[in-house]
Design a protein around this ligand. Structure first.
Ligand code: PLP
Length: 345
């Protein structure tokens, strides 16, 4: 299906807000067009609505055309915007995997869009045929998360490609954890698929969860519609400055990623010997999903000792599972010592 036919008609027809910085984007001059306060505070001017400097830097790093980049207030913003662009409230649907990241379903529910949850296998693997079986003309977006949260594994790329080939709507691949996987992800294949959207974020590998900037990579037409519906100044000046600093000094980020991957292996090796650990699911991310013999008791023991992990016992296939983020060396050691101290009744 042509992309234009997938856009909600009201979104296609509407006239977007035109900000002062849309109508004049030059950098020099006397700016009396936006009712800003002229006295300099470092923040008295509105931010660049299209974050051009960040995109230029990011385009070089990711080897991608800057016209294929959209930046949002976290990844959560583009998740919501994509649903609003493509899904008619009250009649359209999205497909998500079960278990997966919760925000796809929440954003759909807010927009009165039905969520079809397709279970992963017991080992959290993607079965493309199972997803394809649930496609109907009202399904407009399929959200895949790879590496998947909360299971931690990369999805099989051929299964993902099968869905991309079969599905006439939009396929979103959330790659929030891709930098921990050693896999290039789907960015190198973006040009082949005008209906593919890739989400990445500054929140995990880049160490900037507090900044709230998510990256979206897609064809220029999809980026055009994201820009059309976004709040005009969705990334504030301070966040833009901080993101630029980080992009320019990214050596440290690479080092941290390598340390976290090493720490993940060490943690898995040691946890595997713990008598209460029943199963450790393979991780391509900065967290590990672990099945314990009695997860609630382990969870309570950790909390009592000031260690907070995520209880995933109630998610699909997550029986007795806790999700643990990889911490610093000292934090991981404290975790292992605290687990070693645990004496089940
Ligand atoms: C953490 C996470 C994100 C990041 O969301 P932000 O809004 O960018 O902080 C996105 N997707 C998944 C699956 C995550 O786990």
């Amino acid at each position: 299906m042509k992309l234009e036919a997938l856009i909600r008609p009201n979104i296609k027809k509407m006239k977007p807000y035109s900000s002062a910085r849309d109508e004049y984007s030059g950098a020099d001059g006397i700016f009396l067009d936006a009712n800003e306060n002229p006295y300099e505070t470092g923040l008295n001017r509105y931010p660049d609505p299209y974050q051009r400097e960040i995109k230029t830097n990011l385009a070089a790093i990711k080897a991608i055309d800057p016209r294929k980049i959209f930046l949002g207030n976290g990844s959560d913003e583009p998740i919501d915007l994509l649903i609003r662009i493509f899904c008619e409230p009250g009649s359209d649907k999205i497909i998500t995997l079960d278990p997966s990241y919760g925000m796809y379903g929440v954003a759909a529910a807010i927009n009165n869009v039905t969520v079809v949850r397709v279970p992963l296998t017991e080992n959290f693997e993607l079965n493309a045929d199972e997803v394809i079986r649930h496609i109907d003309p009202n399904v407009k977006i399929i959200f895949l998360c790879s590496p998947n949260n909360p299971s931690g594994n990369l999805l099989n790329k051929d299964e993902v490609r099968k869905i991309i080939r079969m599905f006439p709507g939009i396929v979103v691949i959330d790659e929030a954890y891709i930098d921990f996987s050693g896999d290039p992800g789907f960015l190198p294949e973006l040009d082949e698929h005008p209906h593919l959207v890739i989400l990445q974020t500054f929140s995990k590998a880049w160490g900037l969860a507090g900044l709230r900037i998510g990256m979206t990579f897609a064809s220029p037409r999809i980026i055009h519609y994201l820009n059309k519906v976004k709040p005009p100044y969705n990334i504030n000046v301070l966040s833009q400055q901080k993101a630029l600093d980080s992009l320019r000094n990214r050596g440290k980020v690479g080092e941290e990623i390598r340390s976290l991957i090493d720490a993940r292996s060490a943690l898995i090796k040691q946890l595997a010997q713990h008598p209460l650990v029943e199963k450790i699911f393979p991780s391509d991310s900065n967290f590990i999903l672990i099945r314990f013999t009695a997860a609630p008791a382990v969870f309570a023991h950790l909390i009592k000792n000031g260690i907070i992990v995520r209880d995933r016992t109630s998610v699909k296939h997550g029986e007795n599972c806790l999700r643990i983020s990889v911490g610093t060396e000292q934090e991981n050691e404290k975790l292992l010592n605290t687990l070693a101290d645990f004496k089940p009744l």
